[in-house]
Design a protein around this ligand. Structure first.
Ligand code: MN
Length: 322
């Protein structure tokens, strides 16, 4: 790290544990085998190149989570629950090798939400994890479903944020048929994940769990841009909520920079959600951490706001030393 660099806490940093690689590999069918193998090597590395790249990017701490979909794709609930627990133990052992530089988010099988709630509590209280990352829907089950309430109740009680990471939709949307390059991370995941978050808002999940904390990547999956429209249409369609949709998005949702190293959408997110709601992340190894770090160091921001986005907001949300 050089003197010009702002220290950074990075929140959407991916890893792998042995039992979950077979869920991730099918997401790499469009990637050349050499690139896939390089990514898998980086996901499995906790001590070598990962730390060197953090050093070069000014990342003081990376909060690690399993590259998706993990057990979100597992049809057998008991197996999913067991694999998630094993993975969390393995991640905790790797974090323990370098606890000043690494942290963890729990991997949870919401197929059995009561067991997922217990596992979140174990991960937070015994393994020192800072929350959970859930890789989108679980075979079509979204986090607003009443079966998930036991997990929200526990997360709220623990003060543990839940990060929704993008995944492929349940069924491909016809509007994207026949055009190369617009599916997945280009556009499809943003709509899928933004929609998942909106389900939580419009279903009243945050009325039921007002202290729940949700994190979204990609600067909020376009939601910060659309607050006015959500409020206006919720009124027209007579949506029954205690507050306007924008209020839940401002009060229950935090966003990170993952894969969006661009000042215009960052300014929009800061203006729309508030200066304490936007946090750095690099999305290693799927994005270039050094590029992300350079953006954070050089994008035009007042010094105090740069420090808040780079590390202060994450430290406060996750209870980390700043
Ligand atoms: Mn990611």
């Amino acid at each position: 790290m050089t003197a010009k660099m702002t220290p950074k806490i990075a929140l959407e940093e991916h890893c792998m544990t042995p039992g979950l690689a077979n869920y991730w590999l099918p997401t790499m069918t469009d990637v050349p085998p050499a690139a896939r193998d390089m990514l898998l090597g980086r996901l499995n590395d906790y001590t070598g190149e990962r730390i060197e790249i953090m050093d070069r990017s000014g990342i003081s701490r990376s909060i690690l989570a399993i590259a998706g979909p993990g057990v979100q794709a597992e049809p057998d609930a008991a197996l999913a629950t067991r694999l998630a627990r094993e993975s969390n133990d393995q991640l905790a052992a790797n974090v323990a090798k370098n606890p000043k530089r690494l942290g963890g988010l729990a991997h949870l099988a919401v197929q059995d939400a009561k067991a997922a709630a217990d596992e979140l509590e174990r991960c937070v209280k015994q393994l020192g994890f800072k929350g959970a990352m859930i890789n989108g829907h679980t075979r079509g089950l979204y986090l607003d479903h009443p079966s998930i309430y036991p997990l929200w109740e526990r997360a709220e009680a623990l003060g543990a944020p839940i990060y929704i990471h993008p995944t492929d939709p349940v069924a491909p949307a016809p509007v994207l048929d026949g055009v190369h390059g617009v599916r997945r991370a280009t556009w499809e995941w943003g709509f899928e994940t933004g929609s998942h978050a909106l389900r939580l808002v419009f279903s009243g999940t945050f009325d039921r769990f007002p202290k729940a904390k949700l994190i979204l990547g990609h600067l909020g999956e376009t939601l910060p841009y659309l607050l006015w429209r959500f409020d206006s249409r919720a009124k027209l369609y007579n949506v029954k909520l205690k507050k306007q949709p924008s209020e839940y998005i401002r009060e229950n949702i935090w966003v990170t920079l993952s894969g969006m190293y661009s000042s215009e959408p960052m300014r929009c997110a800061i203006d729309a959600l508030g200066r304490d709601r936007v946090m750095f992340s690099a999305d290693y190894p799927f994005e270039d951490s050094e590029n992300a770090g350079r953006f954070m160091d050089t994008t035009p921001l007042a010094d105090d706001l740069r420090a808040a986005v780079a590390h202060g907001n994450a430290a406060r949300l996750l209870g980390l030393p700043d």
